[in-house]
Design a protein around this ligand. Structure first.
Ligand SMILES: Cc1cc2nc3c(=O)[nH]c(=O)nc-3n(C[C@H](O)[C@H](O)[C@H](O)COP(=O)(O)O)c2cc1C
Length: 189
């Protein structure tokens, strides 16, 4: 049984350290046998959630596409920057749009597992944003893996091949990914 993971990052920045951490996690997940789709949450993809817009026009096409994508995967692999102790508005906005109901569409969050990552040039690696993200996903019905990684000094953390230069940190990343795959497998079974 191949586990399907949807990987995305809460930063739109090209040089994003979260994007780099997510890429390392995706490499690990593919090596572990998961099928991984990479989603780019560009800032121009979705408008900021607006109930009037939804009432007048329904969900934007991009939100419907995201709902379908979420529904078609067993697990979410998410890396978020920390902004003032919280995860990013880009991420929150996408998760909010995906939570809105649409006719004849399956629940995008039901039966889903998630694994969480954060990266920051700071010492704490964005760890303060992860409990908030964990709570939001739990509210949506997602089972969030207890294993997570907050990567500090992320501007100096990567080797030339994209892996984590520190072997212990790479081991921790492997565990985050492995535990997510195991959790998604258990839920699907
Ligand atoms: C508005 C704002 C608030 C920030 N707050 C935090 C913070 O609370 N903790 C932290 O470690 N870094 C904070 N940073 C620095 C980010 O971690 C840094 O910009 C990081 O590179 C963003 O992630 P990215 O590289 O994936 O885009 C903040 C940055 C911005 C723009």
């Amino acid at each position: 049984m191949t586990i399907r993971l949807l990987a995305f990052c809460g930063s739109a920045r090209k040089e994003s350290c979260n994007r780099l951490l997510l890429a390392a996690a995706v490499t690990t997940a593919r090596a572990a046998g998961a099928a991984v789709a990479e989603l780019d949450l560009r800032s121009d993809l979705l408008p900021i959630y607006d109930g009037d817009l939804e009432a007048q026009h329904g969900l934007p096409a991009a939100a419907l596409e995201l709902k379908k994508l979420f529904a078609g995967h067993d697990g979410l692999l998410i890396a978020s920057p920390e902004y003032n102790g919280f995860f990013s508005p880009l991420l929150k906005n996408a998760l909010d749009w995906v939570s809105r109901p649409a006719p004849n569409m399956p629940s995008p969050y039901a039966g889903k597992a998630a694994g969480l990552l954060a990266a920051s040039p700071g010492a704490l690696g964005g760890i303060r944003c992860l409990p908030h993200l964990r709570l939001l996903l739990s509210n949506l019905g997602v089972t969030v893996s207890p294993t997570q990684l907050a990567l500090g000094q992320a501007d100096h953390a990567f080797a030339g091949d994209g892996s984590l230069a520190d072997a212990n940190q790479q081991k921790m990343l492997d565990k985050v990914v492995g535990d997510l795959i195991r959790l998604a497998t258990a839920i699907r079974a």
